[in-house]
Ligand binder design. Sequence first.
Ligand code: ADP
Length: 252
Amino acid sequence: MAHTEEPLLRVSGITKSFGDNRVLDGVDFEVGRGEVVCLIGPSGSGKTTVLRSLNALETPDAGVLEFAGGQRIDFGARQSKQQRAALRDRSAMVFQHHNLFPHLTVLENVIEGPVRAHGVAKVTAVTDAERLLDRVGLSAKRDAYPHQLSGGQQQRVGIVRALALQPDLLLFDEPTSALDPELVGEVLIVLKELADEGWTMVIVTHELGFARRVADEVLFFDGGVIVERGAPKQLFAQPRNERTRRFLDRIL
Ligand code: ADP
């Protein structure tokens, strides 16, 4: 998709090694406002490491992130604590395993971030949380504990917890891969609704059918580089690269 306006995020030259293992080797891409970008590719190709870098959970050896509005992080240079915190505040991550606090209720899990990290008044955070829980059909579960919910419900609470932080960018790390197959659909429906509402999302996923329906752009990773990128229609139907073709042949 061609962008006339400044992208929400521009990622340039991300490089990362773990010891001698170079896992990312110059990754560049852009995320436009309201766009959904899906990262696909074989296991170990670097997708999660890229995603975690966007949220300061991983620190690349080199590369630059530029957010609209002028925030710039150069991983080649030293960053202050404030810069890392500012980077973390731009986005919210939904993990493969929901990472809910087991000793807190659903509602308490959702308001924890806004109240503790953002200093939002508790009464405001509760009102926001109730609205968001209603949106994903979980109002009735507000006082339940995570272990009383199904895996799909837990993951939907995980998504609400990310939304409650009101980030510019939502990051999803294989949000359905820990779920039983019959629970995947309800989580993908929520993701599709968020996309339709205009949330900007970067999603690492093995759900290629989902990526085909929802992504504006698909990035195919292999060996720490983006081997091919494009609109899903083109990339899935007519992959140009041999490695993309082989991957899709195996999966589809
Ligand atoms: P993907 O998400 O595509 O499966 P990852 O980004 O998780 O790939 O991993 C890319 C490579 O980096 C893999 O070889 C993985 O073993 C390695 N890796 C990821 N995290 C670490 C870490 N903390 N320490 C050492 N190696 C890591």
